[in-house]
Design a binder for this molecule. Structure first.
Ligand SMILES: Cc1cc2nc3c(=O)[nH]c(=O)nc-3n(C[C@H](O)[C@H](O)[C@H](O)COP(=O)(O)O)c2cc1C
Length: 178
């Protein structure tokens, strides 16, 4: 059986982002079961402009859409900014609304932030309306993310480790059973 591929989109554009490190931690922990393909380029995607004809869509957008298409599932790990979704992440998702790459794509969301509740609810609603598959069951908030990872990019506490494992097991089960 070919190994499944999960596109792991980081919602932070910051160097040494905790969300980037979270993706690394998950990737290491699940290395024997699945390939996580990190996507850290949302900051390079131009501002969404609905007036551009499809044949003139920017190459960064085409590449982003292709990455989603090529993956068996998508995992989004993101902070919350000012009680909302980081602009770069929402901007990238907006480019896929008409082309429909997220429609029926198995998608999981982790909001890893200081708090995260507001951005999480807003992004969850967006992911539902663009028809991500099983999103209602595949989401998690990790609050105080700055204290949850050690210098080896592993989890510092058992609850976070268990929560992430439960989410990833559910995601893998969904991928393997359709
Ligand atoms: C502009 C800005 C606004 C923020 N607003 C929030 C917020 O509303 N809620 C929250 O939980 N954290 C907020 N934070 C803190 C982030 O959760 C924290 O910096 C987090 O580590 C960012 O994720 P990253 O490490 O992956 O970049 C904010 C950070 C920035 C830079």
């Amino acid at each position: 059986m070919t190994r499944k591929k999960i596109l792991a989109i980081c919602g932070s554009t910051r160097n040494n982002s905790t969300n980037h490190r979270l993706i690394k931690a998950i990737s290491q922990r699940f290395a024997d079961r699945v390939d996580l393909v990190p996507f850290n380029e949302i900051g390079t995607i131009p501002v969404f402009y609905p007036g551009i004809p499809p044949e003139e869509h920017p190459p960064q957008v085409l590449a982003f859409r292709q990455h989603i298409k090529n993956a068996d599932a998508v995992l989004i790990c993101t902070p919350e900014y000012a009680h909302g979704v980081p602009g770069a992440l929402k901007n990238a998702i907006d480019w896929t609304v008409s082309s429909g790459e997220f429609s029926q794509k198995i998608t999981a969301l982790i909001t890893a932030s200081t708090d995260g509740r507001f951005g999480h609810a807003a992004l969850l609603e967006t992911l539902k309306v663009i028809e991500c598959k099983n999103i209602s069951e595949l989401h998690l908030i990790i609050s105080f993310i700055q204290t949850r990872l050690n210098t080896e990019d592993d989890f510092t506490d058992e609850k976070t480790r268990n929560d992430v494992e439960a989410l990833m097991n559910a995601l893998l089960l969904t991928i393997n059973t359709g």
